[in-house]
Design a protein around this ligand. Structure first.
Ligand code: NAP
Length: 352
């Protein structure tokens, strides 16, 4: 790289959003000069050009101004937002990394360029491995890992199990459905549009799916799709869907609670209550919240299995790519509608 100073655009939090979808009233883009001269990069740091940033629902919960629910630390006001991402090393003051290395970091600044301690980098990616880079944020990233923990570890998926997956066409859901099919389950999904119902059935192999905006009596829908009850419910949305599921669980059903996106934009006193939680007693249901960060000792097993599935074409994915760092606020807002298919990623700079 010839230049030593770049103007880098980055997103910071200008104000907390206790309720509603955060907008550009809360998120602001600014431009900052960054020096890449070797003298200005501290030892054990690398200068990175961001290539792809993962846009995930949990980011919203870090913009509330108060910890609850997922209990992620809140972003500090006026500080740059961070997210999972893929970048290219431009300058290195760590002998383990060289210019041109492609690296993964769970907490990259949502920016065009950055200088970060090399200790935060998770690993290098081999760009010649035949796997497109955004896939490291999708099937091979947090959503894929969450799906794997939910279905294989906590869901204990077995041949013949009846599995239900909400937000079935999202980053987690699309992988979870395919994993459950590979384990021999009968898999049903719920999602927000007819086009997404078709997608999960035709591309992700779901046995069936319903549009929760059309089939609004969830209890009736689950009676129809699960005549033999539900053994595994991968919970992604919460609220009324969870309540309906609890009327259809089989004895010893498992409910890995991955998230509850329908409740993320409400303060807790306004969130939907679940009136029939009592059912988990008589049905001896195991309902368990989890965070992928607590399963990092299994990440290597997951990666080997998932890379195998991808290379053999047993798992496919759909990735919605937003162009340019300026699209962060819009892409984050899109997670709370039914407008996108699959995993949402920003292409910050074009990979060469
Ligand atoms: P995603 O790809 O961003 O998909 C989000 C989808 O959720 C949207 O496309 C939308 O699809 C659906 N949705 C939005 N608002 C909804 C509402 N009010 N009611 C029902 N569905 C709604 O999300 P993801 O990455 O798959 O994440 C899914 C869940 O997993 C989230 O709750 C997330 O927080 C959680 N998660 C947890 C972990 C963990 O470690 N526990 C890791 C990753 C993700 P529709 O068209 O279907 O409405």
């Amino acid at each position: 790289m010839a230049v030593n100073v770049v103007e880098s655009k980055e997103w910071y939090l200008a104000g907390y959003a206790a309720e509603g979808v955060p907008t550009t009233d809360h998120l602001t883009l600014r431009s900052v000069p960054l020096s890449f001269s070797l003298d200005s990069i501290p030892d054990a740091h690398v200068a990175v050009q961001l290539l792809f940033i993962s846009v995930d629902p949990y980011l919203r919960t870090r913009m509330r101004g108060q910890e609850d629910g997922l209990y992620f630390p809140q972003f500090s006001l006026n500080q740059v937002i961070t997210a999972f991402g893929v970048g290219r090393v431009m300058r290195s003051k760590d002998e383990k990394y060289s210019e041109g290395d492609i690296v993964l970091n769970a907490f990259f600044p949502v920016a065009e360029y950055c200088v970060v301690p090399s200790s935060v980098l998770i690993r290098k990616i081999d760009p010649e491995a035949g796997i497109p880079l955004p896939e490291y944020l999708s099937c091979l990233g947090v959503p894929g890992f969450a799906a794997w923990v939910g279905i294989e570890v906590l869901g204990e998926a077995k041949p013949g199990s009846n599995a239900f997956i909400s937000a079935a066409a999202g980053g987690v859901g699309m992988v979870a459905g395919q994993l459950a099919k590979l384990k021999g389950c009968r898999v049903i999904g719920s999602t927000g549009s007819d086009a997404k119902v078709r997608l999960v059935k035709e591309e992700f192999g779901y046995d069936d799916a319903f549009n929760y905006n059309k089939e609004t009596d969830f209890d009736a829908a689950l009676s129809k799709y699960f005549p033999n009850g539900i053994d595994i419910y991968l919970e992604n949305v919460g609220g009324k869907m969870l309540e309906a599921v609890l009327n259809h669980v089989n004895p010893h059903a498992r409910i890995p609670v991955c998230g509850m996106i329908s409740q993320y934009n409400e303060i807790w006193t306004k969130r939907e209550g679940v009136r029939n939680l009592l059912n988990i007693v008589g049905k001896e249901v195991r309902m368990e919240g989890f965070l992928v960060g607590s399963y990092l000792d299994r990440f290597a097993d997951f990666t080997v299995e998932m890379e195998g599935y991808l290379k053999q074409g047993k798992i496919s994915s759909k990735i919605k790519i937003y162009e340019g760092i300026q699209s962060f606020a819009e892409s984050l807002g899109s997670l709370f509608s039914s407008s996108n298919f699959g995993k949402v990623v920003i292409e910050v700079n074009k990979p060469r």
